[in-house]
Design a protein around this ligand. Structure first.
Ligand code: IVH
Length: 672
């Protein structure tokens, strides 16, 4: 073979191999070679192209870095208009939609619907000629958009050349470009550190990134593209189902949504809506609803279009996660550890599926960062079950009577001085348990389900007991008499007797629960379990030095200091003595059962079905294991879920033990 053809073949083979790996990595989330091996292939291609620049092709995977800035975007006329979707806001509207369609089609049986998350990004059209990306365009007004070819070329999940063969001569693929949440957070964090302007949400970040005239800037942004349909297609007979078309596109190198399903009838559609709404907060990207499309293309064609939207599709919107409202005032709440949290009192607003009238403002730095004043119009966000928060101020709407928020110098409950230690964001009341607010919160925590789980001792009752002066510490709970309780709001003799029995019953507990219930700063359930397993007795924890505390798997210097301070304080000693003499007890922990994985190094990779990676890590740490981020010769075992990728390859190369999720769960169970 002549030298020239040999090099060209080598270039072609390298590009094909890299494109295949790109596809597995960016479109399928299923890489099959380690990152380092991929980097080597890229470098090999770059070297070769540097030697033979005359053969650099526009579709080479090296050509994604962006190019010199444009003067402006030129216009693109969409051969097939880019339509929008009708919206439905309730199950009722969805039923109406389905009934309408079946009426038009004169059909009794249920329709099959393709269900897809409605990604919250920017619609894009990608035109491929003979398998090569020729043009990328925004939707614009649906008829005319902007040419953003050099920007879309920098997005790794957009193939520059289609995979496989046998594609249509002309193929227009449509989909959404978006910024995954993790990329958005990282991008904003970097911008914050460099005092640059932040994006308000991932959608704006995606839009802003695509609007760059300099595609080298776009290339730095973590954008992804997911396709949901086709536009112009020439000289090709596409499959008869929408979902089959998308699967075909996937084979050609595009990312399609892994949550796509086919539902049989409206009942299935509504179940899918509930399923994804529950999953919304844990997805890697923002969605604002579900798109339902009649799956059968022949039926789509019979149904046709009304004005600018297809009859055969609808977007069932989720409740908005952000809404505007007015900040009426700010209350300062005192937490269990004295932390002062400014809480925004809001004009009630329906957001994230509930009516919200309070939202957190976190701390004084956050108030400064937001630049918020009382009477301002603010944007409130409530995503999933997360506590609602004020995310920004709408400065355009600032009224004349907007007034400054003054952070108090003294505790609003006990009037002790509020202090803010250097390096801490939180301001605290210095009143300790003399502060009624801290006392109440401490008792509520002690009685809560995950702590002593005292039935019938709810927040309201705790507040009454403290306000009436019936208790001044947790210990006092255990000498309460029926006669003292009767007479409190909603407290008759029977419920009083029940409460006393529940208090009595709570004394039989476990050491981890008891430690957790004490409410020591930064000591959550997992840390309490680790402490109990490591030390096996309360006395040993009480006597532990900072150094010995640091030997416990998830105890760092801050937690160790808090533990040490707590046990050294005389009021804590009184509290412990009081609780023990009230009769608290727990089964002894056998020394042999402690920390069976002590000294062993584990790595967790890929996704697990039964728990997140963080939980898997904590469970291993509780058994004494060290959990590392990468596989090395020192690794004892790799827990590998689907998508474990390069770590799995490495473990196999090094002969490290690999276990799957089932084996991992069996391991945990063995030591439960
Ligand atoms: S289909 C003819 N599918 O929603 C139907 N659109 O209001 C065209 N969108 O501008 C759209 N995810 O950018 C479709 N899975 C999905 C989508 C989706 C997000 C956006 C799209 C469009 C808007 C329609």
């Amino acid at each position: 073979m002549p030298e020239q053809s040999r090099i060209q073949l080598q270039l072609r083979t390298l590009r094909d191999t890299i494109n295949q790996h790109n596809h597995r990595y960016y479109a399928l989330d299923d890489p099959d070679i380690p990152d380092a091996a991929y980097d080597r292939l890229m470098r090999e291609l770059q070297d070769l192209e540097q030697q033979y620049p005359q053969w650099i092709s526009a579709d080479s995977p090296t050509q994604r870095v962006g190019s010199a800035p444009l003067d402006g975007f030129s216009q693109v006329t969409h051969e097939v208009p880019m339509l929008s979707l009708d919206n439905a806001f309730s199950g009722q509207e969805m039923d109406d939609f389905d009934r309408r369609l079946r009426g038009r089609l004169d059909r009794d049986q249920p329709l099959h619907y393709a269900c897809e998350p409605k990604l919250d990004g920017i619609a894009v059209s990608l035109l491929y000629r003979d398998g090569v990306l020729e043009r990328g365009a925004t939707r614009g007004d649906g008829a005319v958009g902007e040419d953003i070819t050099s920007n879309v070329r920098t997005i790794p999940s957009i193939p520059l050349r289609l995979l496989g063969d046998g594609w249509p001569r002309v193929l227009e693929v449509r989909g959404e470009i978006y910024m995954p949440r993790a990329g958005f957070d990282a991008f904003n964090e970097k911008a914050r550190q460099q005092s640059e302007k932040l994006f308000v949400n991932p959608r704006n970040a995606a839009a802003g990134s695509l609007r760059q005239l300099d595609s080298r800037v776009t290339a730095q942004r973590p954008l992804e593209m997911c396709c949901y349909g086709v536009g112009l297609v020439e000289a090709y007979a596409l499959p008869g189902k929408h979902t089959e078309i998308l699967t075909l596109l996937q084979g050609w190198g595009f990312r399609i949504n892994s949550e796509m399903r086919v539902a049989n009838g409206m009942k299935d559609c509504l179940a899918y809506y509930d399923y994804l709404l529950a999953k919304r907060a844990s997805l890697a990207y923002d969605i604002d609803g579900i798109v339902f499309k009649v799956d059968d293309i022949a039926l789509q064609q019979r149904l046709g279009f009304v004005s600018r939207a297809p009859r055969w599709a609808i977007a069932h919107k989720f409740p908005a996660e952000e809404e505007m409202t007015t900040l009426l005032g700010v209350d300062f709440q005192v937490g269990r550890t004295g932390a002062i949290t400014p809480v925004a009192r809001l004009e009630p607003v329906f957001v994230g599926g509930v009516t919200v009238s309070n939202a957190t403002l976190h701390n004084s730095d956050e108030i400064l960062r937001l630049g918020v004043k009382i009477n301002d119009t603010v944007v409130v966000r409530r995503a999933g079950d997360v506590i609602p928060k004020v995310v920004r101020v709408v400065l355009d709407k600032r009224p004349a009577n907007a007034s400054k928020i003054v952070f108090p110098a003294r505790c609003p409950i006990c009037e002790s001085v509020i202090e803010r230690l250097e390096g801490e964001a939180v301001s605290r009341c210095t009143g300790g348990l003399l502060c009624a607010a801290q006392l109440k919160e401490g008792i509520k925590h002690f009685a809560s389900r995950k702590a002593m789980d005292i039935d019938g001792l709810g927040d309201k009752l705790v507040e009454q007991l403290v306000d009436e002066g019936l208790i001044t510490s947790v210990v006092d709970l255990f000498s309460l008499q029926v006669t003292a309780l009767v007479g409190l709001e909603r407290m008759a003799e029977k419920s009083a007797a029940k409460l006393i029995a529940a208090l009595q019953a709570s004394k039989a507990t476990t050491l981890p629960k008891f430690i957790f219930a004490l409410g020591i700063r930064e000591v959550g359930e997992a840390t309490a379990v680790s402490l109990a397993k490591h030390f096996t007795s309360l006395e040993k924890i009480q006597q532990a030095s900072i150094e010995t505390l640091l030997e416990v798997p998830d105890v760092g210097p801050i937690v160790a200091q808090h533990l040490h301070d707590f046990f050294a304080a005389s009021h804590s000693q009184q509290l412990l003595a009081g609780l023990l003499s009230a009769g608290f007890y727990w089964p002894a922990i056998e020394a042999s059962k402690v920390q069976p994985l002590m000294g062993k190094i584990y790595v967790v990779s890929g996704s697990l079905e039964s728990m997140g990676r963080i939980e898997a890590k904590e469970r291993l740490q509780q058994l004494g294991a060290k959990v590392a981020g990468s596989v090395s010769a020192k690794t004892f075992c790799l827990v590998a879920g689907p998508g474990a990728g390069s770590k799995l390859t490495k473990a196999q190369q090094l002969g490290v033990d690999v276990i799957d999720e089932t084996q991992f769960l069996a391991l945990l169970k063995q030591y439960e």
